[in-house]
Design a protein around this ligand. Structure first.
Ligand SMILES: Cc1cc2nc3c(=O)[nH]c(=O)nc-3n(C[C@H](O)[C@H](O)[C@H](O)COP(=O)(O)O)c2cc1C
Length: 356
C-alpha cells in the first residue's frame, strides 16, 4: 500500500507506531516497527537530551529504516491555585498511605527543556519529528526543515489541522477521541480540543488541509487501518495495539490489565497529569472523577512517586495505564508480528471491499 506519505517517508507500510512517552518509550520497540516496514516513533517528551541521543544511536544500531522522535510542543503553563493543589495532594495522600509510601511531594520539577531535546534529535539525525499539544516555535521549524527532517503535528479538530498546516508541518496526525494517552488538542476554550471520534474527524481533516493525514485513535487491527485509508488518511498510527508487544517495556501488571480490558474499560481523566488523557479506569481515576485537579504539569509531578511505585509493584490500580478504546484488540505478540498481521488484515479487508 504505497501511499504518497509512505513513499515519502521510505516506509513499506502506511503504519505508524504512535509515539508513547513514559514507561512505554522504547528504542527496541521503535526499531522493531521500523525494521518491519512501519514508522517507529519514540515518545521522547520526558527524556533528557542525553537519553534522546542514546536512543537515536540505539535505533540506528538496530535498523537503517526511518524512525520518528516525538516531543511535547512548548506549552504555556497555567498558574495553579494553591488551595486546589492542597486539596489534590490531600486526596493523593490517601493512596500513598494505603500503599505505605511517604507523603506525596510538594514540588513538581519541570521536565527537560524543548530546545535542548530538539538539539539532541537533530544531532541524532532523526529523519522524522512529531509533536503534540500544539505548534512549535518558528525557529525550531526552520531548523528541522534546514536539516531535511519530515515534521508531523497533531490535531484533534479540523481547525487545529489547518493551524498545523499553516505552521509548515509536512503531515498531520488526526487524533480521535478513542485514542489512548493524552489528547493533543491546543485550541479553543477546552485545551484538550473537542471530543471528536476518529471516524468523523479523519475525513473532515482530509477536507480541511492539503498535507497528508495520519489517522490515530481506536485503530488496533487491519480493519481499522483499512478504514482509515478509505477515509482518506495516508497512514494510520497505532499506539495501544503495541502496548502488549514483546518489546514494549510496560510492566506486567499494566500488560495484564490490558489483556483483561474490554471496550468500556477506558476513561478520559485529568487525574494523573492535569491534562485530559485516556487510560484504564481505576480507583485513582474514580477518586478524582469530580475534576477538582490542578492544571498540567502539577499533578504529573505530584503523582510521579505513586506511578513509580505502581510500576515496580506491577499495580495497575494505582497508576495511569494509558490506552485507547480498542485495547481489547491488542495482542501479546512480537512487534514485527503485529505489523505483519495488521497489514495482512488490512489487505484482506480492502480486497473484500469491492464485493460489498
Ligand atoms: C501509553 C501512551 C503514551 C502516549 N504518549 C504520547 C506522546 O508522548 N506523544 C504523543 O504525541 N502522543 C502520545 N500518545 C498518543 C498516541 O501517539 C496516539 O495518538 C494514540 O495511541 C492513538 O490511539 P490508540 O492508542 O487507540 O492507538 C500516547 C498514547 C499512549 C497509549
Amino acid at each position: 500500500m504505497p501511499t504518497p506519505l509512505a513513499r515519502r517517508l521510505g516506509l513499506r507500510h502506511p503504519l505508524v507506531l504512535a509515539p508513547m512517552a513514559g514507561e512505554t518509550a522504547s528504542a527496541a520497540l521503535v526499531a522493531a516497527v521500523s525494521a518491519a516496514g512501519g514508522l517507529g516513533s519514540l515518545g521522547a517528551a520526558y527524556m533528557t537530551p542525553e537519553a534522546i541521543a542514546a536512543a537515536c544511536r540505539e535505533i540506528r544500531e538496530r535498523t537503517d529504516a526511518p524512525f520518528a522522535i516525538n516531543l511535547f510542543a512548548p506549552m504555556e503553563v497555567q498558574a495553579a491555585d494553591p488551595a486546589q493543589v492542597a486539596r489534590y495532594r490531600a486526596r493523593l495522600a490517601a493512596f500513598h498511605t494505603a500503599a505505605g509510601l511517604p507523603e506525596p511531594p510538594t514540588e513538581s520539577p519541570a521536565g527537560p527543556a524543548f530546545a535542548a531535546q530538539l538539539d539532541a534529535l537533530l544531532d541524532g539525525k532523526a529523519p522524522v519529528f512529531s509533536t503534540t499539544f500544539g505548534l512549535i516555535p518558528a525557529a525550531a521549524m526552520a531548523r528541522l526543515k534546514a536539516a531535511g527532517v519530515v515534521t508531523i503535528g497533531t490535531a484533534t479538530t479540523p481547525a487545529e489541522a489547518r493551524a498545523v498546516e499553516a505552521a509548515g508541518f509536512d503531515a498531520v496526525m488526526a487524533q480521535g477521541f478513542e485514542a489512548g494517552g493524552h489528547r493533543g488538542g491546543f485550541t479553543g476554550a477546552r485545551a484538550e480540543g473537542d471530543l471528536i471520534g476518529t471516524l468523523a474527524l479523519v475525513p473532515q481533516v482530509v477536507d480541511a488541509v492539503d498535507i497528508p493525514v495520519i489517522a490515530a485513535g481506536g485503530i488496533s487491527d487491519g480493519r481499522g487501518l483499512a478504514a482509515a485509508l478509505l477515509l482518506g488518511a495516508e497512514a494510520a498510527a497505532l499506539g495501544t495495539a503495541f502496548l502488549r508487544a514483546a518489546e514494549c517495556p510496560l510492566n506486567d501488571g499494566g500488560k495484564a490489565a490490558l489483556a483483561a480490558a474490554d471496550a468500556g474499560s477506558t476513561t478520559l481523566t485529568r487525574a494523573f497529569s492535569g491534562r485530559l488523557a485516556r487510560g484504564l479506569a481505576n480507583g485513582v481515576t474514580e477518586a478524582f472523577a469530580d475534576g477538582d485537579i490542578p492544571p498540567f504539569p502539577v499533578p504529573n509531578g505530584l503523582t510521579r512517586p505513586l506511578r513509580s511505585h505502581a510500576a515496580q509493584t506491577r499495580d495497575a490500580g494505582l497508576t495511569s495505564v494509558w490506552a485507547g478504546q480498542a485495547a481489547a484488540l491488542a495482542r501479546a505478540e512480537p512487534a514485527a508480528a503485529i505489523v505483519a498481521r495488521v497489514m495482512a488484515e488490512a489487505r484482506a479487508a480492502l480486497a473484500a471491499a469491492p464485493a460489498l
